[in-house]
Design a protein around this ligand. Structure first.
Ligand code: 5GP
Ligand code: ZN
Length: 111
């Protein structure tokens, strides 16, 4: 997927600070944050959308969500945060590479 912006970020073709990285995922800050903490958790493998996953991807999906826990702890927002996955263009997904939005940092509750 040469023209995928998130693949370019993963390959280092677009410089980006990774908050977390392992063999399956990378995490970096959203360029246009919608919350005090707004991170994107992204599989290294190019998968366009959630609907493209099947039974053989259960481990990857679990890994992505557990990564959310891990980075929420790193960012000191584990007490409360939101997970958003926009699924396909009709679901508001603009970047066609699966990503989980991790949103938080509203002290005292969501405004
Ligand atoms: P979607 O609407 O596809 O679920 O969300 C895509 C998200 O990616 C948006 O929140 C947008 O701000 C973010 N985004 C798009 N391009 C870039 C980029 O080049 N770098 C970063 N860090 N975030 C991006
Ligand atoms: Zn991609």
């Amino acid at each position: 997927m040469n023209d995928c912006i998130f693949c370019k970020i993963i390959k280092g073709e677009i410089p980006k600070d990774f908050i977390y990285e392992d063999e399956k995922v990378v995490v970096f800050a959203d360029i246009k944050p919608s919350a005090p903490v707004h991170l994107l958790i992204i599989p290294k493998k190019h998968i366009a959308k959630l609907q493209d996953l099947g039974d053989n991807n259960k481990e990857l999906l679990g890994h992505i969500l557990l990564t959310a826990n891990k980075v929420a702890e790193m960012k000191n927002i584990k007490k409360g945060f939101k997970i958003v996955i926009n699924c396909g263009p009709d679901g508001g997904q603009k970047v066609p590479h699966l990503h989980v939005h991790l949103l938080g940092g509203w002290r005292g509750g969501v405004k």
